[in-house]
Ligand binder design. Structure first.
Ligand code: TXA
Ligand code: MG
Length: 356
């Protein structure tokens, strides 16, 4: 298949032209990758079982993993939901448009293919103006998982989408680098207690300001043990994973640097390429084949923004081993460490301990 490209960052005329063509493709049942403020999404008609099937095929994604339905205005939620608790409206008021996905009981209109066979549906009203303009122009709710091949890091630039899905989808809209860089926060409001299924830029602290206590899906911080099932089916996969073996390293900064440099030197002797993901403040202290400064320690949103691109860069550099500094889990840090843990398969090294 030939993939068409549309530019959203050129002239207004180019942008309008690209959005119009993309909307036409979506209405005709085709697939369009488009930027959102979190990551690029792979869009299709959310009310069409055939479009959902195409999305699963293009991503190589298991079809029991439900898709998020994107809308451009709050009123578009009603026809998709069987029941809308008051908490949904309160969160929508506080955080929509924005990087928050809410799960509610689904209506008959949402096909089983879109909801992965569940009786609930995940809905998001994105903050990105181009994303909303596309949904409006299509006149449809748009199902959109992240626009990566299943198992690879989510795309934060149009070229990442092209790497994974070029030739497999109808169109890619290029809106430049996304703002956030990590997928949306997912909160389940279909049960009696609001439950966080995936951390993101809307933090637990922010949700609790509106809702009071929010429960965390117990699988969020731990490696999945047999018999544990995350409520978001997608969270069970070793997602976001680079091809290299990855380790998270914690401890005092000097001890972390010492440990990583020692391991990197050993790997070099074996002829293995090593990559390091570090805060900007410490990046220059590492001796490795590829060192990627993620951002300042005090600015976790910078780290969130650069993480997935860094993981892809590690693959491009052909490194065999990645060592990544660990970050605090408060605020956006919870989302950063959730993605890093998945990328690393929960492999940890503790610097400064005997076993170094
Ligand atoms: O930021 C985002 O949310 C991006 C952009 C494109 O909007 N989309 C995204 O979609 O990350 P995806 O498909 O890559 O991740 C959706 C996650 C999966 O883990 C899926 O299992 C979960 O949401 N999910 C979707 N519907 C659900 C439902 N009804 N119940 C529980 N989990 C659900
Ligand atoms: Mg995804």
């Amino acid at each position: 298949m030939k993939t068409a490209y549309g530019l959203l960052t050129g002239t207004e005329e180019e942008r309008q032209h690209a959005l119009k063509e993309a909307a036409r493709i979506l209405r005709a049942g085709g697939l369009v990758a488009f930027p959102t403020e979190t990551v690029y999404g792979l869009g299709g008609d959310a009310l069409s079982p055939a479009a959902a099937a195409k999305i699963y095929a293009a991503k190589g994604r298991p079809s029991d993993n439900p898709l998020i339905v994107h809308i451009a205005r709050v009123e578009a939620l009603q026809p998709l939901a069987a029941e809308i608790p008051d908490a949904v409206y309160r969160l929508a008021e506080a955080f929509w448009p924005g990087p928050l996905t809410m799960i509610v009981k689904k209506s008959e209109r949402v096909p089983r293919e879109t909801s992965g066979g569940l009786d609930t549906v995940a809905v998001r009203l994105p903050g990105d103006a181009n994303a909303r303009a596309l949904i409006e122009a299509a006149g449809l709710p748009i199902a959109a998982p992240s626009a990566n091949t299943s198992g690879r890091p989510s795309p934060t630039e149009a070229r990442h989408v092209a790497e994974d899905l070029g030739g497999k989808i109808d169109m890619i809209l290029d809106g430049g680098a996304v703002a956030v860089g990590l997928e949306s926060t997912i909160v389940d409001l279909s049960g009696s207690v609001p439950t966080l299924l995936r951390p993101g830029a809307i933090t637990v602290e922010m949700l609790e300001e509106v809702l009071g206590k929010v429960q965390l899906d117990p699988v969020l911080k731990k490696p999945l043990a047999p018999g544990m099932h995350p409520k978001a089916p997608g969270m069970k996969y070793r997602h976001y994973a680079p091809q290299a073996e990855m380790y998270l390293v914690d401890g005092a900064p000097e001890a972390v640097i010492r440990l990583v440099n020692k391991r990197a030197a050993n790997a070099k002797e074996r002829g293995e390429r090593v990559g390091v993901l570090a805060a900007s403040e410490t990046a220059s202290a590492y001796c490795a084949d590829a060192v990627f400064p993620l951002g300042q320690r005090e600015k976790p949103e910078e780290i969130a923004h650069n993480l997935f691109a860094a993981l892809r860069e590690m693959d491009a550099q052909g490194v065999k081993l990645i060592y990544a500094e660990a970050f605090p889990e408060s605020g956006v840090g919870l989302a950063i460490m959730n993605r890093m843990n998945k990328a690393a398969g929960h492999h940890w090294l503790h610097a400064g301990e005997e076993s170094e």
